[in-house]
Design a protein around this ligand. Structure first.
Ligand code: NI
Length: 410
């Protein structure tokens, strides 16, 4: 697989790689099966059945129905070790999106209006491939690998309920890893870094209540559009004036609805937005500041407001030592230091952050774009698709992480 990439020489003929590459047709088959059957968060029934059926077939111990459709599977290592046995978790998200697929491929979505447009079908396939490989090579590691198949990453969030259901206990997880196929990076690269990788995701819904009236008699009204416009502008000053410039943050008002006619002053305005930041120290800050701005402006214009501010996901913060482990393994897999991309931060969010708050771990991006094959559309696009060569690379990285983390050496 590596040899097909321009500029990347040599093929690692290690047994692990040869065997995993040989499983590529099955990884693709599973991915395509799932791609044809996309399901939204907490409704991943067919996906969960497929995963459970495979685990059952391979004799892998597992529990289904966790936080609705989540599954936890366990593969025990049998290698002898004098060290205390550790537990490494591997997390894969399972859900799809409410998007109509526009790709004309044999494995196109069979579910009208729904699509695996983020690559989570690939994540499940990679985790299954890893579970299968490790179940066939239990003597290659000591300790335990726990696979967490998680629903609803795209929303409303399945990591937190799985955490609350105790998936990091019995046995207690020492570290967690996970990956996202990533079309922002070319095939053959891995985005990995310690510290912040992805942003916190907070959302707000705000209704401004003014007083409507004739467009020519504004003195008799409280113009909700004028109030909303002031708020949209003032919210931008939170990042530029209240946050340390060295801390990246975003406030976006993505929706603003008000008014019905050019000569009628709107009595209400609905304004919804999203907030992103990396620094965990900013938790709570934006919720408070956004409300202060809205409240102050409404008061000055005689309007009132209803605000629903929801902190969805904390930032994705990688542990330094686990990130170093993933980086060293990834370097061996992509075979060139240039294939490791530490400048891969994104203001996108991911609820693996809840797991990473609970145990040290590393979430990383597996490059999956291949413009030469027209596989470079962005995530969540109706024509999103990725280079499936990345599937066996993902399995190899996970397997090598397991064998390194759960090594028999001290
Ligand atoms: Ni995703």
């Amino acid at each position: 697989m590596i040899s097909v990439l321009p500029g990347i020489p040599a093929v690692d003929c290690s047994q692990i790689r040869l065997e995993i590459q040989a499983s590529q047709p099955r990884l693709m088959e599973w991915r395509r099966h799932l791609h044809q059957r996309p399901e939204l968060g907490f409704r991943e029934q067919l996906t969960a059945e497929f995963i459970a059926q495979k685990l059952q077939e391979w004799g892998i111990e597992h529990e289904t129905g966790i936080a609705t459709t989540g599954i936890v599977a366990i593969v025990q290592g049998t290698a002898p070790t004098s060290q205390p046995k550790q537990v490494l978790a591997i997390r894969a998200d399972m859900d799809a999106l409410p998007i109509q697929e526009e790709n004309d491929v044999p494995y196109k979505s069979l579910h009208d209006g729904f699509m695996h447009a983020c690559g989570h079908d690939g994540h499940v396939s990679i985790a299954l491939g890893t579970a299968y490989y490790l179940s066939q090579h239990q003597d290659s590691f000591a300790g335990t690998v726990k696979f967490i198949f998680q629903p609803a990453e795209e929303g409303p969030g399945g990591a937190k309920p799985m955490l609350e259901a105790g998936v990091l206990q019995n046995p207690t997880v020492d570290a967690i890893i996970g990956l996202h196929l990533w079309n922002n990076l070319p095939l053959g690269t891995v985005g990995v870094r310690s510290g912040a990788l992805m942003a916190a995701v907070e959302t707000f819904y705000c209704k401004i209540q003014g007083k409507g009236g004739h467009g020519a008699m504004p003195h008799q009204t409280v113009d909700a559009i004028v109030v909303a416009a002031q708020i949209v502008t003032a919210l931008q000053a939170i990042v530029s004036r209240n946050v340390d410039p060295l801390n990246a943050a975003v406030v976006t008002v993505g929706k603003l609805h008000a008014g019905n006619a050019k000569n009628i002053i709107a009595d209400t305005a609905q304004m919804d937005g999203t907030v992103r930041y990396f620094n965990p120290a900013l938790e709570g800050f934006f919720g408070q500041r956004v409300e202060q701005v809205i409240s102050g402006i409404c008061q000055s214009y005689g309007a009132s407001y209803e605000l629903n501010y929801i902190p969805y996901y904390p930032p994705v913060i990688n542990d330094e030592s686990i990130a170093n482990l993933v980086r060293s393994v990834a370097e061996a897999v992509v075979e060139t230091p240039a294939g490791i991309v530490p400048e891969c931060q994104t203001m996108g969010g991911e609820d693996i952050s809840f797991f990473l708050q609970a145990v040290p771990g590393c979430y990383f991006f597996l490059g999956s774009a291949n413009p030469a094959k027209n596989l470079a559309y962005p995530h969540h696009h109706p024509r999103f698709d990725f280079d499936e060569t990345a599937l066996s690379m993902g399995v190899e990285i996970f397997v090598r992480c397991v064998e390194k983390f759960l090594s028999t050496a001290s």
